[in-house]
Design a protein around this ligand. Structure first.
Ligand code: PMP
Length: 399
């Protein structure tokens, strides 16, 4: 009997499986809307000019690559804090936020999950129904029982907010609630500021632990607008978690640049929490990598590069919005008469199109248009060239 004879084949990642199918498709007009990646109007992954400029600056004065501190580059952690909580925020002056550099947003979530498991092993985790695929797997792997709170309302093309609020209000104290700070993945539907206020109230009244996943800051309405929910949680005086990702906002997917921030009640508690986060990191991968975080720290702390980044980020945000409007126009032109206002009401890269699994399969097999069976399409992969054929294909499977 060999050592690995009993090892079962793990299920394939559904979205990566879709990519493999796309790559194998010989249709010259195929379009991949299954990915969670922003492409420019030429269908190319952008290298932001601010990133290239920061890298040129770094290359002009190359540095040796010693180990970073366990919690990452100090200037990077500070830049993340200023971005997430606001420059000169009271909570930062009071030293009430523990921030660590992480391997992307996923890494931030996992460090937080491991710390939470040690803090309160019996707690349950609630994620939205539906949510980013990896939320369930990640928190399950960290040892938690993961359940869902209602979110998507297919019939009304939006959020079933009363049901969501009822589920939060019924959750036992200590329950960890994973919330998408903006640009909900996969639906594209975000809470209004008034709805967020009610969520904050429920979290506070029930003694829940909010874990805000901010993977798309700047992709919805703007950097400050997308981060406004953080201010609401701060205003309520809550302790909470925020994971940050720069994968999308800096187009630095492969560099794995993210962070975890934990807001605490006092500076003393913050120091203790930070010491525990460092144990989690130390026993997993010791310390984070240098390059990506140095690029982000350089851009965020150099005024000219920072201004350039904000402009480039706005460019991505505006292009996505234009694609949403253009998709509606093209669907109308292709004869679709139903209310399509949901397409432009949604925020961020994704659109829950409302198409059935069967329609999504027909899009693939008959038209080479690849989306997820849930009906999720990536609007950020639409461009002026593929827009018309995609709209025509959608119209055809809807007939
Ligand atoms: N959270 C959500 C909601 C996401 O959509 C993603 C990325 N698709 C992540 C976290 C992970 O981001 P990263 O690639 O930076 O790990």
């Amino acid at each position: 009997m060999s050592l690995f004879a009993a090892v079962a084949m793990a299920p394939r990642d559904p979205i990566l499986g879709l990519n493999e199918q796309f790559n194998a498709d010989t249709n010259p007009d195929k379009v991949n809307l299954g990915v969670g990646v922003y492409y420019d109007d030429n269908g190319k992954l952008p290298l932001l000019a601010c990133v290239a400029a920061a890298e040129a600056q770094m290359q002009a004065a190359p540095k040796p690559r010693g180990y970073l501190p366990i919690d990452g580059i100090v200037a990077y952690d500070q830049a993340v804090q200023a971005l997430v909580f606001g420059q000169d925020a009271e909570v930062l002056r009071a030293r009430r936020v523990a921030t660590v550099q992480a391997l992307g947003g996923t890494g931030g979530l996992k460090i937080g999950a491991d710390f939470l498991k040690r803090l309160n092993p019996a707690a349950k985790v609630l994620i939205s129904d539906p949510s980013w695929e990896n939320h369930r797997a990640l928190f399950t792997n960290a040892g938690f029982t993961v359940e869902t709170y209602p979110y998507y309302d297919a019939a009304h093309r939006g959020i079933d907010f009363p049901a969501m609020l009822a589920a939060l209000t019924a959750a036992p104290a200590g329950t960890v609630v994973v919330l998408h700070a903006c640009c909900h993945n996969p639906t594209g539907y975000d809470l209004t500021p008034a709805q967020w206020a009610q969520v904050v109230e429920a979290v506070s009244a029930r003694g829940l632990v909010a874990f805000l996943d901010m993977a798309y800051q700047g992709f919805g309405e703007g950097i400050a607008e997308d981060g406004a929910v953080i201010q609401q949680f701060l205003g309520a005086g809550l302790d909470f978690f925020v994971s940050t990702s720069f994968s999308k906002s800096f187009s630095l997917y492969g560099e794995r640049v993210g962070a975890l921030s934990v807001v605490c009640a006092t500076a003393d508690e913050t120091a203790k929490v930070l010491s525990q986060l460092k144990i989690v990191i130390r026993t997993n991968y010791s310390n984070p990598p240098t390059h990506g975080a140095q690029v982000v720290a350089t851009v965020l702390s150099t005024p000219a590069l920072r201004a350039q980044w904000e402009e480039e980020l706005a460019g991505m945000r505006v292009r996505i919005r234009q694609m949403r409007e253009a998709l509606v126009t093209e669907l109308r032109a292709a004869g679709i008469t139903e209310d399509l206002s949901f397409v432009t009401r949604q925020k961020g890269m994704f659109s829950y199109s409302g198409l059935s699994a069967e329609q999504m399969q027909r899009l693939r097999s008959e038209f080479g248009v690849y989306g997820v069976d849930s009906g999720r399409i990536c609007v950020a992969a639409l461009n002026s060239k593929n827009l018309k054929p995609v709209a025509a294909a959608i119209a055809a499977v809807k007939k």
